[in-house]
Design a protein around this ligand. Structure first.
Ligand SMILES: [Zn+2]
Length: 551
């Protein structure tokens, strides 16, 4: 493999105070980092010089919680109804009408989380409105993955109105009904039981390649923690790695029981064996201990407001009992798998930490250290932070959710929702190590997979509606960048091979047009990634970017 010498301004991440302008890459790894002496040595060994001048040589970004398969499929075959692409129900119906035909095929669409509150009408469309678009084609508008709106045809063929189970795949199942007991079309946590068409095989591989390029590579993301949606997705990623077409490393977290049973997942090989294990490997399991805030199913410490609560005094819904969770943790650990537990609400987080203590006293160490997904997004109590720390748990918050939904927490939770939204400065002061991720899913915001958008959220704290969100919790750019590099790598148990520009690590690099620490805050959102290197190989160059000077 070729040997490269990159010159430019090298990131200090993981090496505070380091001044370096030369990175020598050899055999897919970082051989040495330094100044003129490293450059001289590399050139003596035949490295090809590429001079990026004043551009910034950053570690490739790591996104430890994403749904690449879901997001890629949505990008490929869902009508895009995300605000601000559409702004009101009239525009929604028009956009859907443009996709009708004479078939009986599904019309699928994606919409933002809290779509009802982002649309000018302030509500979801109704089943009857969607029936105006088509009564022969089933329509499903999937608003963020927890809530969907269906037309009558979709309700009929899915049989969902007769669904009598109480458990959805991701939380407490909901079928909204009008005063006559008829479904309104709005259903919660039931997407997994809809008979939706899903690509498989080579079609899915192409869909993933397109999605990865558009959603991740162009933003300098070189590794993800992929929450596997289906077994087809796992196979497709593996197939792409085997034919050397995959430009994104994926540490897989198998969704149990959505994609695999616990027994089956724990019996799978961690690595397939061969040179591609660096690209795709099995890292852990993902389970849901509660639901989402948008569907008022997150298990909270304080009740939801009466006008939105599912029942009087509701504090959301716990899906997995403490005993069950402890049993899953024991099984995962025995199989050498890390457990990532979806816990949106603090009540769910406390139950999960109790389950960890029940199982082991404290969380397994190293790469198996238990993750609490979404913990850190909303924290009202110091006791919650102490409970994570006592159990030795790592938290996995999503800075982009500050933009997506922190406007709306007070509408759901009343006064308690006004304080504790993404309290990153408080968490850092308490000694919590913060990793950032996108949680790309259906209905993500348009910029959600751009790590620098995540950084902007941490630094600026401005919401979708343009409100300042608890600005005393702002953190600086350097701390925010660590969240999407070295700390994110640690969350995946890969800190020794990823997340900083360090000799011996994999040569995953994003060349940024400027140093993010020096640009005006609002420019972070548009700061371009000029080139992306994975395992020492350039996998993307921005069209308008100048090529490095070669010698
Ligand atoms: Zn997720």
């Amino acid at each position: 493999m070729s040997s490269r010498l990159l010159r430019g301004q090298v990131s200090e991440i993981g090496h505070a105070g380091r001044r370096a302008d030369a990175v020598w890459i050899k055999d897919g790894k970082i051989e040495a980092v330094g100044g003129d002496e490293v450059a001289a040595l590399a050139q003596q060994h035949g490295a090809v010089l590429e001079d990026y001048g004043s551009r910034h040589i950053s570690p490739g970004f790591v996104d430890p919680h994403a749904h690449v398969e879901v997001g890629s499929v949505a990008l490929a075959n869902h009508v895009d109804l995300r605000v601000p692409k559409v702004t009101c129900i009239d525009e929604v119906l028009q956009a859907l009408s443009d996709h009708t035909d004479s078939s009986s095929n599904w019309i699928l669409a994606q919409a933002n989380l809290f779509w009802d509150l982002k649309l000018r009408d302030g509500r979801y469309p109704t089943r009857q409105e969607l029936d105006q678009v088509s009564s022969s084609q089933p329509i499903a508008i999937r608003a963020g993955g927890h809530y969907s709106v269906l037309n009558t045809r979709a309700l009929e063929i899915s049989g969902i109105a007769e669904f009598r189970g109480s458990e959805g795949m991701m939380g407490h199942a909901l079928i909204h009904r009008d005063e006559h007991g008829q479904p309104t079309g709005l259903v919660g946590e039931l997407d997994a039981v809809l008979p939706l068409p899903n690509p498989t095989g080579p079609e899915l591989e192409d869909t993933l390649l397109q999605g990865i390029g558009q959603l991740f590579t162009r933003y300098g993301v070189t590794t993800v923690g992929e929450i596997s949606e289906t077994r087809h997705g796992v196979s497709a990623l593996r197939a792409l790695a085997e034919r050397d077409a995959l430009h994104l490393r994926a540490s897989l977290y198998l969704w149990v029981p959505g994609a695999f049973s616990l027994e089956e997942a724990c019996g799978l090989p961690l690595e397939w064996g061969g040179p591609h294990d660096d690209m795709v490997r099995l890292q852990g399991l993902k389970v849901f201990a509660d639901g989402g805030f948008s569907s008022r199913n997150a298990a909270t410490l304080t009740p939801y407001r009466e006008d939105v609560a599912h029942s009087h005094g509701s504090t959301g819904h716990i899906n997995l009992s403490r005993d069950r969770l402890a049993a899953i943790l024991r099984a995962a650990t025995a199989a050498n798998l890390q457990l990532a537990i979806h816990t949106n609400g603090e009540r769910a987080q406390r139950e999960a930490t109790d389950a960890v203590v029940d199982a082991f006293g404290e969380a397994p160490a190293g790469r198996l250290r238990t993750r609490l997904e979404h913990a850190g997004n909303y924290v009202t109590s110091a006791e919650t932070i102490e409970s994570w720390q006592r159990a030795g748990i790592q938290i996995s918050p999503q800075p982009a959710f500050l933009y997506n939904f922190d406007d709306f927490l007070p509408e759901y939770l009343g006064a308690p929702g006004e304080r504790g939204r993404h309290p990153f400065r408080t968490l850092l002061a308490a000694g919590v190590r913060l990793a950032g991720s996108s949680d790309l899913h259906l209905g993500s915001e348009l910029e959600q997979t751009n790590p620098l958008f995540g950084v902007w959220n941490c630094v600026k704290r401005e919401s979708f509606l343009g409100n300042d969100i608890e600005v005393d919790e702002r953190i600086d750019v350097a701390a925010a960048l660590e969240m999407f590099t070295i700390n994110a790598a640690a969350l995946l148990g890969r800190e020794d091979e990823l997340g900083s520009i360090t000799a011996g690590k994999l040569a995953d690099i994003a060349i940024l047009e400027r140093d993010p620490a020096t640009v005006p805050v609002d420019d972070l959102r548009t700061l371009a990634t000029d080139e992306v290197i994975v395992g020492g190989r350039t996998v993307h160059r921005r069209e308008a970017a100048a090529a490095p000077l070669r010698a």
